[in-house]
Design a protein around this ligand. Structure first.
Ligand code: PMP
Length: 418
């Protein structure tokens, strides 16, 4: 029995972590002569064997370009590619699969909306609200387009616990606000934001909402219709799928009226020097040869996740976080950032007397992978007056023993500095 399996079996959770872990080859290795403890899931998750197999199968047997070939391999590739769109549409509750646009990830999705919707809709004096919790990918694209349109990006303040100040938000919602762009879960703190309420208030004030679901999709089921947002974006690699692929969902009437993002093959109906007409949804936004293997891998990841008891997985993750918070209380000089409740997966902290970067390196020597730094959330770090934090982030395949190992690791590090 491998060490990882033994650890998982002794986990007090009802969730069958051992069975889940067994499907992830990367988890069963040693780094720096120690069993790998992978706690950097907010950055990217490991991939189950079914995802790796789906990509290998595609490249081994079905590799061809999609939509335009008159041969068997192209038909197979096209069928798998378009079937994947239906899988993803179903996964996030989209009424139609042609409202799913393939993008490289959340970053490209937000750039698409900012560039296409923003350039055609924002006027001088308009405002885009983003929370102080946002990842740079939900700030910078808005800054770029607002600078062009003479509009303004305005931050919504957060409390000392890293919770969006809803009073401040409501006060900001005046006629100038055209878009509210918000993450569903903060990657830096794990705060779960009330996006349904935020979208409702935005709608009542005549503004649109874009929800960045990067840190949410792997943790509980999503229904875009129920959320009431106008755009929803997620990245495949945080969802047990490949890097370089993600999806943007948008309300049909918005997508239909938005100009193309990129020009090129596939996004046109007819090209002439007198004038070019554009393709229907979703192809209008998908210029060029897409990441076919990525799309197929993403659908395999989604199917895999749909085969998991999501409620049990979420409960398991909540138990990991609860254990983490409990153990943290007995570590002298440890300061945790973020709220006590309405938080998922993320344990962001500082340890007195050690720099987060050093913590990352010293934990890595013990086989423990965490993230350190500003987490692409510099405005949030400024809000807390820290240059960065150390962040352990959990996934459904982590075990209670791995949480314990993190704290023994921290204890060892503290003895080095005392
Ligand atoms: N938003 C959030 C909340 C994230 O955590 C990330 C990735 N760290 C992104 C956006 C950007 O995602 P990607 O790099 O996959 O485009």
């Amino acid at each position: 029995m491998s060490m990882a399996t033994a650890q998982a079996q002794s986990s007090p959770s009802a969730f069958d972590v051992a069975a889940v872990r067994a499907q992830f080859p990367a988890l069963h290795q040693q780094v720096n002569n120690q069993p790998l403890i992978y706690l950097d899931n907010a950055a990217t998750t490991q991939k189950p064997q079914v995802v790796i197999d789906a990509i290998t199968r595609y490249y081994s047997f079905d590799n061809a370009n999609v939509h335009r070939g008159a041969h068997c391999l192209s038909s197979r590739a096209t069928e798998a590619f378009e079937e994947s769109r239906k899988v993803v549409a179903d996964f996030i509750g989209s009424p139609n699969h042609d409202q799913i646009i393939w993008v490289r990830g959340v970053t490209e999705a937000i750039n698409l909306v900012a560039s296409s919707w923003g350039r055609s809709s924002l006027r001088a004096g308009d405002r885009v609200l983003v929370s102080t919790l946002e990842h740079h990918s939900d700030i910078v694209p808005w800054q770029l387009i607002c600078a062009e349109c003479k509009a303004e990006v305005v931050p919504i303040e957060v409390s000392d616990d890293g919770i969006i100040d809803m009073d401040a938000y409501t006060t900001l919602l005046d006629g100038r606000v055209k878009m509210v762009a918000i993450n569903q879960v903060s990657n830096a703190l794990g705060t779960i934001n009330p996006v349904k309420e935020i979208a409702k208030l935005a709608r009542e004030a005549g503004a649109l909402t874009l929800v960045d679901g990067a840190q949410a999709v792997a943790h509980w089921p999503i229904d875009v219709t129920e959320l009431g947002c106008d755009f929803y974006a997620f990245s495949g690699h945080k969802l047990f799928g490949p890097t370089g692929i993600g999806a943007l969902w948008g309300r049909r009437e918005l997508l239909e009226n938005m100009p193309p993002f990129h020009g090129g093959g596939e996004m046109i109906q007819r090209v002439s020097f007198e004038g070019t007409t554009f393709n229907d949804l979703p192809f209008k936004f998908e210029a060029g040869t897409p990441h076919i293997a990525g799309v197929i891998g993403l659908a395999a990841a989604v199917r895999w996740l749909q085969g998991i008891d999501r409620k049990a997985a979420t409960d398991h993750e909540a138990q990991l976080l609860a254990r983490c918070d409990e153990l943290a209380q007995s570590v002298p000089g440890l300061q945790r950032l973020g709220p006590d409740c309405n938080r998922i997966s993320v344990f962001s902290f500082l340890l007195e007397g050690t720099h987060p970067e050093d913590l990352g390196t010293l934990l890595d020597q013990q086989g423990i992978a965490i993230r350190t730094g500003h987490h692409c959330a510099q405005p949030l770090m400024s809000r807390f007056d820290v240059p960065g934090t150390a962040r352990a982030s959990f996934s459904l395949y982590n075990t209670h023993e791995e949480v314990d190992a993190l704290f023994s690791g921290l204890e060892k590090i503290q003895t080095l500095f005392t």
